[in-house]
Design a binder for this molecule. Structure first.
Ligand SMILES: Nc1nc2c(c(=O)[nH]1)N[C@H]1C(S)=C(S)[C@@H](COP(=O)(O)O)O[C@H]1N2
Ligand SMILES: [Mo]
Length: 323
């Protein structure tokens, strides 16, 4: 879903994310690890420890206990891959965005809940973290570009946020928006993108057990490139649904037009449920490349989470559930 200029979509697997560059980086990382060069310092823009001025929100809450209800059978993807092989168009469409994203300031971080709710709310992320139970969950992540990972997220069930918000019975969707700040996110100067990054779920989806608001990964506060301090994770949907660095949750009775849908509705729809049998208009979704092992593996319907979510989509004729 690389977009270099208006209407010029391409598949990054074949272009931006050069496999050679990627494997070269892995080779260097391995060599450095072997030579003991990767330790607790901040090589490669991967700070292990944050300086006092930039302490991550809720630092003291990590690690959180794992919730064993969510099992995976593949090994976890190496933390270095999880924190370097990213998509975050606010910071560019290359695979160096993990460095560019360090400019993001996550403290203070205000979150707004508004729209069709009993009472609009605004609070600091720390206040939110103090009011929700943090836990760890192992989830598969399947990007629409046909790569996948297994990630140990820390966060809380999205239904906890819906509870805090107390939506009116007329609300049908929750719309999520990423921060907007051209001074830190150069991608947002690219006027042809419909900023801010916007995503949405039905209330039934948002209150499904699987819907998760992640605040960390690998037992630590969320790295900026992965969407600090708060990002959505919906493992049965393609990765682009999981909007990063959220600042606003708006409850509404109107289905939002989401970021990728506004750019290319025939390629990236509202529902975006994973299905190996429904190809993207420009490539097959039958298999995926596990970025850890490099192996191609079969893709599963709902990314293997049908037991949790298939019921949500019964009797919805005419809806493009898998685009
Ligand atoms: N705000 C924002 N959220 C975003 C994106 C983005 O460009 N901007 N990219 C999405 C895509 S396409 C994917 S696959 C995942 C990647 O998450 P990760 O970098 O933590 O693996 O983030 C999603 N969330
Ligand atoms: Mo993606």
């Amino acid at each position: 879903m690389l977009i270099k200029r208006p209407k010029g979509w391409e598949l990054p697997e074949a272009s931006a994310t050069s496999e050679n560059v990627y494997h070269e980086r892995r080779r260097i990382l391995k060599a450095m690890a072997g030579a003991g060069l990767i330790g607790s310092t901040s090589l490669l823009g991967l700070p292990r420890r944050l300086s006092a001025e930039d302490a991550a929100p809720g630092d003291a809450l990590y690690p959180a206990a794992r919730n064993d209800r969510y099992q995976v059978t593949r090994p976890l993807t190496d933390e270095r891959l999880v924190t370097t092989y990213n998509n975050f168009y606010e910071f560019g469409s290359h695979k160096e965005i993990h460095k560019a994203a360090q400019k993001l300031k996550t403290s203070p971080w205000r979150v707004t809940i508004d729209g069709m709710v009993e009472k609009p709310l605004e609070f600091d992320i720390e206040e939110l973290l103090a009011r929700v139970p943090l836990e760890e969950r192992l989830y598969r992540l399947r990007c629409v570009e046909a790569w996948s990972m297994v990630i140990p997220w820390t966060g809380f069930p999205m239904k906890e946020l819906v509870k805090l918000a107390a939506p009116l019975s007329s609300a049908q969707y929750v719309v999520m928006q990423t921060f907007e700040d051209k001074a830190v996110a150069p991608g947002q100067k690219q006027f042809w993108y419909p900023w801010p990054y916007t995503e949405g779920l039905t209330i039934a989806e948002a209150t499904n057990d699987l819907a998760f608001l992640a605040t960390g990964l690998y037992g630590r506060p969320m790295p900026k490139q992965n969407g600090a301090p708060l990002r959505l994770v919906t493992p049965w949907k393609y990765g682009f649904k999981s909007a990063k660095s959220l600042v606003r949750f708006t409850f509404t009775d109107k289905r939002p037009v989401t970021f990728w849908e506004a750019l290319a509705a025939s390629e990236y729809g509202f529902w975006a449920n994973v299905n190996p049998e429904v190809p993207h208009p420009r490539w097959s979704q039958a298999t995926e490349r596990d970025v850890g092992s490099g192996e191609r593996i079969p893709t599963q319907i709902y990314n293997g989470y049908g037991e949790f979510v298939a019921d949500l989509y019964q009797d919805m004729p005419g809806e493009k559930l898998f685009t």
